[in-house]
Ligand binder design. Structure first.
Ligand SMILES: Nc1nc2c(ncn2[C@@H]2O[C@H](COP(=O)(O)OP(=O)(O)OP(=O)(O)O)[C@@H](O)[C@H]2O)c(=O)[nH]1
Ligand SMILES: [Mg+2]
Length: 361
């Protein structure tokens, strides 16, 4: 099960109580105060785990709490700090706060609709790799802290501060360099299999792909590009037809899109315009994103190349490939590489960790 949006209740640990204690020794009947401080409560920390690709771990365990700090002890010994709770999340997770306080309790609030404006806390994309969601409460002072000339035997010690808590929405927008967009059955998943070592399901019926997947394309120089495959779009996907257009958010951050067309279809050029319309209707800058038109299935005799070549949709020569035989796929990879290099300034690429400095063309 692929989960790309969850809401959770998180609570950091409370601080431990301070201790009231007095030194006791045979030769010192009225020893001074020696109650230690309580330990700090553990934090709830989101940690980016590059091996994770969805949020299902949190979907099945939406209540998360870190450990409380231990109380202070005699002999000015502080209580032990509560252990931090580390929650692994995939890179590209966006976190928003939807409320929640200690008084409201831990009952989960409903998940807000996708288009609801939310109070963004953090976007966990590189170089950001961890974020403290809730800070643990400070431990209370032991009576040792309250000693003074006026009060040499203080009986006061503070309780620990409560840990922060809240309810949050975590939403994943995959991070990839290249996004594959096309109608169902166009051959997007087949192309991902050809380009990378990923193995998404491929079958001869629409909507084979139900969840996005990412593969890694490696050049002979060892540079890496990531490619995201999403479920197919159909006419009026933005109105919720088919699987809708919500999977487009997983290619929202791709600097390059490949519009994959099935050349054995009725009218590949019409499919191109349909895809463009859906990208425009979706918004979020996808319509203005650099793209390459990929005519797939050229191994078939029914492949309609001519009309597409003449029309040059998008102002550039389409790339013709066969995901089945592999024909043209290497050229496509090289072109995509080049286009990516052109569309993003070198510094931004290196910062995003897309390509190491040497080897980038
Ligand atoms: N002849 C031929 N068939 C292809 C080619 N690429 C894909 N196919 C076939 O087209 C069908 C659909 O391929 P998929 O890769 O599942 O298509 P998709 O775009 O991922 O489809 P959805 O996941 O449903 O959106 C499968 O039967 C593939 O074997 C190709 O280059 N040539
Ligand atoms: Mg597919």
């Amino acid at each position: 099960m692929f989960v790309d949006r969850v809401r959770i209740f998180a609570k950091a640990g409370d601080g431990g109580r301070g201790c009231v204690s007095f030194r006791r020794a045979p030769y010192e009947p009225h020893g001074g105060p020696d109650g230690g401080d309580g330990g700090k409560g553990g934090d709830v920390v989101l940690v980016v785990d590059p091996h994770r690709n969805d949020l299902s771990n949190l979907f099945f365990a939406p209540h998360q709490a870190a450990q409380d700090g231990r109380p202070g002890m005699g002999a000015t010994k502080s209580g032990r700090k509560g252990a931090d709770l580390l929650l692994p999340v995939p890179p590209g997770t966006i976190v928003s706060r939807i409320g929640g306080s200690l008084e409201q309790g831990s009952k989960l609030l409903p998940l807000p609709p996708r288009d609801a404006p939310l109070d963004l806390l953090v976007d966990l994309t590189p170089p950001m790799d961890r974020f403290v969601l809730c800070h643990g409460g400070r431990g209370g002072w032991g009576n040792w802290h309250f000693r003074g000339p006026q009060n040499q035997a203080p009986r006061r010690a503070d309780p620990g501060k409560p840990g922060e808590c809240g309810q949050f929405v975590l939403e994943l927008k995959l991070l990839a360099d290249i996004g594959l967009v096309g109608l169902p059955n166009a051959g997007k998943s087949s192309l991902l299999r050809r380009l990378t070592s990923a193995e998404p399901k491929v079958a001869d019926y629409p909507f084979t792909t139900l969840t996005p997947s990412v593969g890694v394309l490696e050049s002979p120089e060892g540079d890496r590009l990531t490619v995201a495959d999403i479920p197919g779009l159909i006419r009026d996907a933005h109105l919720g037809k088919g699987l809708g257009d919500e999977f487009l958010r997983h290619v929202e951050r791709c600097p390059l899109l490949l519009l994959v067309l099935d050349l054995s279809g009725v009218d590949p050029l019409a499919d191109f315009f349909l895809l463009r319309r859906e990208l425009e209707a979706y918004g979020h800058g996808l319509a203005g994103r650099p793209f390459l038109v990929v005519g797939n299935k050229i191994d078939l005799r029914t492949a309609k190349k001519a009309a597409l070549r003449r029309a040059r949709p998008g102002g550039e020569e389409p790339v013709f490939v066969s995901a089945r035989t592999g024909q043209g796929v290497l050229e496509l990879a090289a072109l995509a590489w080049e286009k990516l290099c052109r569309s993003r300034p070198e510094a931004a690429r290196r910062e995003a960790g897309l390509f190491p400095a040497q080897g980038a063309r």
